[in-house]
Design a protein. Structure first.
Ligand code: C5P
Length: 309
């Protein structure tokens, strides 16, 4: 007797990581309003989870739970929902597809950690898997770029150089793994507002280039060298909008971090430490200082969005 066919998948579970920017160099705004970037992305072990389940044709539904969920838009501006619709429209082959998406958030909203981009990347991969649409990674990244500048990196993961407006990604030559302590701010920061403040503070910035000392540090795998090379051109802008972040950065450095940087447009501060033990010590000490809403440990680099069930 022939063995029965395995049951069709009723749902797909994808997990996508947060990112920090080890370097973020920003140029003058382009005619389309975006800023040219030279950035080094680094995926860390803090994840959002997206479940995709079949829904009626043309039905695109979304629910969300977890960290900061009251700030997650549930309408068509949500990146996960936009990802599902984009994929159905461009690669659905004329089929009337539908999906029910469930997002479980751990990455803070508007934290400078690309949480929304992680959801968009996870939804793209989850829907492609659910609907059995077989796309090469570069095609998926190309679709991701239509959703947001950080989405291609959320798909790729690891440590990668980003150029263009950030959407053009290539893996970086990087050795070793790193221990981070992340300090979340009380409230999110608006990315466009931080870029606008950057423009005010920098009327004629240099064309952005990835810093050579940072790339050398990554090739060597030494946390001390990496800590000294962390750089973010948006940090002064984030600090003028949220002056208390200075206290957070100083506290982390005073308590033994080997490097500190505001991640992306903030307000999350990322602290590099030498090893796991130092990460435990710093996260306890920083929590006790009471300068951040929440303090977490994370490791990097980790892989990008992937199917876990
Ligand atoms: O690409 P994404 O939708 O994530 O960008 C959000 C906002 O961040 C943009 O509308 C723009 O204001 C700003 N941005 C920028 N330059 C970039 C990336 C983002 O000005 N390279």
């Amino acid at each position: 007797m022939a063995s029965p066919l395995p049951p069709a998948p009723v749902g797909v579970h994808v997990r996508a990581p947060a990112k920090i920017n080890l370097a973020l160099k920003v140029g003058a705004p382009r005619p389309d309003g975006y800023h040219p970037l030279a950035t080094v992305y680094h995926a860390v072990s803090l994840y959002d989870d997206v479940h995709a389940e079949w829904a009626e044709p043309d039905e695109f539904e979304l629910e969300a739970s977890g960290e900061g969920v009251e700030q997650v838009p549930l309408d068509d501006s949500n990146l996960a929902l936009r990802a599902a619709r984009l994929l159905a429209r461009t690669h659905g082959g004329g089929d009337r597809l539908g999906v029910h998406l469930t997002i479980r958030k751990n990455i803070p909203v508007a934290g400078g950690l690309a949480g929304g981009s992680a959801d968009g990347a996870a939804a793209l991969l989850a829907c492609a898997t659910l609907w059995d649409i077989d796309l090469a990674p570069e095609v998926l990244r190309h679709l991701g770029a239509e959703l947001g500048s950080d989405v291609p990196f959320s798909l790729m993961g690891g440590t990668a150089v980003g150029s263009g407006r950030g959407e053009d990604v290539a893996p970086a030559l990087a050795r070793g793994s790193y221990h981070w302590v992340l300090a979340f701010g009380q409230e999110g920061l608006s990315t466009p507002a931080v870029y606008r403040r950057f423009d005010e503070l920098n009327p004629s910035p240099e064309p952005p280039e990835v810093p050579a000392d940072l790339m050398n540090a990554l090739r060597g795998g030494d946390p001390y060298e990496l800590g000294a090379a962390l750089v973010n051109d948006l940090q002064p802008a984030a600090l003028t909008l949220r002056p208390q972040l200075r206290r957070v950065l100083d506290a982390g450095l005073d308590l033994g971090a080997v490097g500190a940087v505001v991640s992306g447009s903030g307000p999350t501060c990322a602290f590099l430490v030498e090893d796991e033990e130092d990460a435990v010590d710093l996260s306890i000490a920083l929590s006790a200082e009471g300068v951040a809403r929440k303090v977490m440990r994370a490791g990097g680099p980790v892989v990008g969005a992937r199917v876990v069930g």
